[in-house]
Design a protein around this ligand. Structure first.
Ligand code: C2E
Ligand code: CA
Ligand code: CA
Length: 539
C-alpha cells in the first residue's frame, strides 16, 4: 500500500475496482463475536464485509455498501461474503474446533433476486455446512417495499432450515407491528438507536421490548454494547446476549479462530418455553381477547418473573392497583420489589407455592401477609390471597400469572389474625395516622390506603379540598382557614399545621403539611397527615 493515500474511495473508483476486489480478495470478511454476558461464553458471530483497496486502504461498509446497492452489485458482494463464511466454517470444522453459528447480512435488494436462496443453498451444500451454523440477518427496513416480499423470503429461509435474525430492531419502521407478522428467531436490538441514559426513557423502552420478546418466545441480542454498565443493565432485564466493542471489535478470520479456541462456547439457549395455557403473542396486543380478559374479567391480576429467589413484576392490570396498590402508580408498583414486604415465614409460604406450581403445572394458592409501603400511604399490613399458575420457564427463570384478592378485612372480621398480625394492626389502629398528597398544579389529592378504607375517600380527589367539605368529612367552619393554609403552602411555605375537627363526629386531628419543591424551588406538592389528638375530646 502506498503511504499517505488512504482515503474513502469515490463511487467511480469503487465501481471500477469492484471486479478486481472480488477476484483478488480485497473484499473480505471480519467476524464479531456474540457473547453470553451471564457466562462469558461465545454464542455466535456476525460476518461483516470489509474492503481493503491496495492503494486507498480500508473502506467501511457505510461508504461502499450504498454504492453497491445503487449499482445492483450488492447481490454479488453478499453471495461472495456468504461463500467466504461457508469456507470459514468448513475450515473451523476441519480443524476440530467446535463452531458457533455465524450470521450473514442480507440486503433488502438480495430479496429481489429470485435465485438468491437457491444460490446460497448451492454454496452451503458445496462446503457441506450444517444449516444451523448459518443465520440470516434481515433488517426492519426490508419491509419498506411491502411485507409480502419479506414474508415470502422468510418462509423460504425457514423451509431450508435457516434461523433468521431481525437486525437493527428499534431503528424505526413500525417495529412492533412487524414482529407480529414476521416470525423471526432472534431479535437484535441496537443500543445505539436507543441511546441516552439507560436509567431514563431509553431504558424503559429497552426493558419493555425485552419483556415483550419473552412473550413472543424470541431471544434478544443487544448490539453496539460498549460499556459494562450497558451490559449489566441488559443482563438485569433478562437479556444476556451481547455483541459490541465491550467484548470485541470485528476480528479478522485468524483473530476470530484464536478467540473461538480460547473461549468456551455454547449453543444459543433455547427460547423460553411458554406453556400453552394462553397465546403469549396475543397477550401484548392491546386489542386481543387475552388483553381484554386480563384487563376486565379476571379481577386483580399480575404477571411476574421469579429467578434465583428474586421476583420482578412484569405486568399488572388496573384492578391489581386498586386491590393492593395502596394508591401507588403503575410505575411505582412495577419498580418495587414484591418480596420486600414479606417476613421470613410468609416469604417461605409464598415461594413454596411458586415451587409447587412449577411442579404441578396447575393452579396453586396461598394466603400471605405482607407490609406494603407507598410514598403517600406509608406502611400498612395486608393479607392477600394469591391464585397462581406458571406460564413459562427457561433455565432458572419462571414466569407466573396470578390473580390476587386483598382479604385483610375478611381476615380481620373472622378474627383469624395471628397474634403478631393482631398486635401490628392494633398498633397501627391506635396510631390513627392518615396520610395523603396534594398536587398544587392539578388540585388532586391522593389519599393513603387507610383513608380509603376507613373514611371512604376515593383514590383520587379532584378539585381538593372542596369534595371533602361537601361530604362532611371536613367541617364547614374550617373552610376558610383550610384554604388559606393550602394557599400559603402553594406560595412556598415549607410546612403548616393545625388542629382540625374531622368527620361528622368532629374528632380533633392534628393536621400537618410538608411541601415538596422541584429542582428550581417551585412548590410541587404537599404531603399531608392527620393524627388523632391524644385525649380524643370533641372539639
Ligand atoms: P450492522 O449489520 O448493524 O452491523 C453492526 C455494525 O455495528 C458493524 O459496523 C459493527 O462493526 C458495528 N459495531 C459493532 N459493535 C459496535 C459497538 O460497540 N459500537 C459501535 N459504535 N459500533 C459497533 P460495520 O461493520 O461498519 O457495518 C455497518 C453496516 O454495513 C452493517 O450494520 C450492515 O448493515 C452493513 N453490512 C456489513 N457487512 C455486510 C454484508 O456482508 N452485506 C450487507 N448487505 N451489508 C453488510
Ligand atoms: Ca447485521
Ligand atoms: Ca445491526
Amino acid at each position: 500500500m502506498t503511504e499517505g493515500t488512504e482515503r474513502t474511495m469515490t463511487e467511480k473508483e469503487l465501481l471500477d475496482s469492484f471486479d478486481e476486489a472480488l477476484r483478488d480478495g480485497h473484499i473480505f470478511v471480519c467476524y464479531q463475536p456474540k457473547i453470553n454476558h451471564a457466562t462469558g461464553r461465545m454464542i455466535g458471530a456476525e460476518a461483516l464485509m470489509r474492503w481493503k483497496h491496495p492503494v486507498y486502504g480500508l473502506q467501511f461498509p457505510s461508504d461502499f455498501i450504498p454504492v453497491l446497492e445503487r449499482n445492483d452489485l450488492i447481490h454479488r458482494a453478499d453471495l461472495y461474503v456468504f461463500e467466504q463464511v461457508c469456507a470459514f466454517q468448513r475450515q473451523i470444522i476441519d480443524s476440530k474446533t467446535s463452531p458457533v453459528p455465524v450470521s450473514f447480512n442480507m440486503s433488502r435488494l438480495d430479496m429481489l433476486h429470485d435465485s438468491y436462496i437457491d444460490d446460497i443453498e448451492k454454496l452451503r451444500k458445496k462446503y457441506d455446512i450444517p444449516v444451523k451454523l448459518l443465520h440470516a440477518e434481515i433488517t426492519e427496513s426490508s419491509a419498506v417495499g411491502g411485507m409480502e416480499l419479506v414474508i415470502g423470503v422468510l418462509k423460504k429461509l425457514h423451509d431450508c432450515g435457516y434461523k433468521v435474525e431481525m437486525d437493527d430492531f428499534g431503528s424505526g419502521y413500525s417495529s412492533l407491528n412487524m414482529l407480529k407478522d414476521l416470525d423471526v428467531d432472534v431479535i437484535k436490538l441496537d443500543m445505539r438507536f436507543l441511546s441516552g441514559n439507560i436509567g431514563g426513557r431509553g431504558g424503559t423502552i429497552i426493558s419493555s421490548i425485552v419483556q415483550m420478546t419473552k412473550w413472543l418466545n424470541t431471544p434478544v441480542v443487544a448490539e453496539g454494547v460498549e460499556t459494562i454498565e450497558q451490559a449489566d443493565y441488559m443482563k438485569s432485564i433478562g437479556c444476556s446476549y451481547i455483541q459490541g466493542y465491550l467484548y470485541s471489535k470485528p476480528l479478522t478470520a485468524d483473530q476470530f479462530i484464536e478467540m473461538l479456541r480460547r473461549l468456551d462456547h455454547e449453543p444459543a439457549a433455547a427460547a423460553m418455553d411458554l406453556i400453552s395455557v394462553m397465546d403469549a403473542g396475543k397477550f401484548w396486543d392491546p386489542n386481543s381477547l387475552e388483553t381484554l380478559i386480563f384487563n376486565s374479567y379476571v379481577g386483580a391480576a399480575v404477571i411476574f418473573r421469579y429467578q434465583n429467589g428474586k421476583c420482578d413484576i412484569l405486568r399488572i392490570n388496573q384492578k391489581y392497583m386498586k386491590e393492593i396498590g395502596m394508591n401507588m402508580t403503575e410505575k411505582e408498583i412495577l419498580c418495587s420489589d414484591p418480596f420486600e414486604g414479606f417476613d421470613e415465614a410468609n416469604l417461605k409460604k409464598f415461594t413454596d407455592t411458586l415451587k409447587r406450581a412449577a411442579k404441578s403445572y396447575d393452579e396453586e394458592s396461598c394466603e400471605t401477609w405482607r407490609t406494603v409501603c407507598s410514598k403517600i400511604c406509608g406502611k400498612d399490613k395486608i393479607c392477600v390471597r394469591t391464585d397462581l399458575r406458571m406460564i413459562g420457564k427457561a433455565d432458572d427463570e419462571y414466569i407466573y400469572y396470578a390473580t390476587v384478592r386483598n382479604i385483610t378485612s375478611e381476615k380481620k372480621r373472622f378474627g383469624e389474625i395471628e397474634e403478631s398480625e393482631r398486635k401490628f394492626r392494633m398498633a397501627s389502629e391506635q396510631v390513627n395516622v392518615y396520610a395523603w398528597e396534594y398536587i398544587f398544579a392539578t388540585k388532586q389529592m391522593r389519599p393513603c390506603f387507610r383513608c380509603m378504607r376507613d373514611l371512604g375517600v376515593p383514590p383520587v380527589v379532584e378539585n381538593y379540598p372542596a369534595p371533602l367539605f361537601d361530604s362532611g368529612l371536613f367541617p364547614r367552619d374550617y373552610e376558610e382557614m383550610y384554604y388559606d393554609m393550602l394557599h400559603k403552602l402553594e406560595a412556598g411555605q415549607e410546612s403548616a399545621e393545625a388542629v382540625i375537627p374531622l368527620t361528622v363526629g368532629r374528632i380533633p386531628f392534628h393536621v400537618r403539611y410538608t411541601t415538596e419543591f422541584d429542582e428550581n424551588g417551585k412548590p410541587l406538592k404537599a404531603y399531608g397527615s392527620a393524627a388523632i389528638v391524644a385525649d380524643g375530646k370533641k372539639a
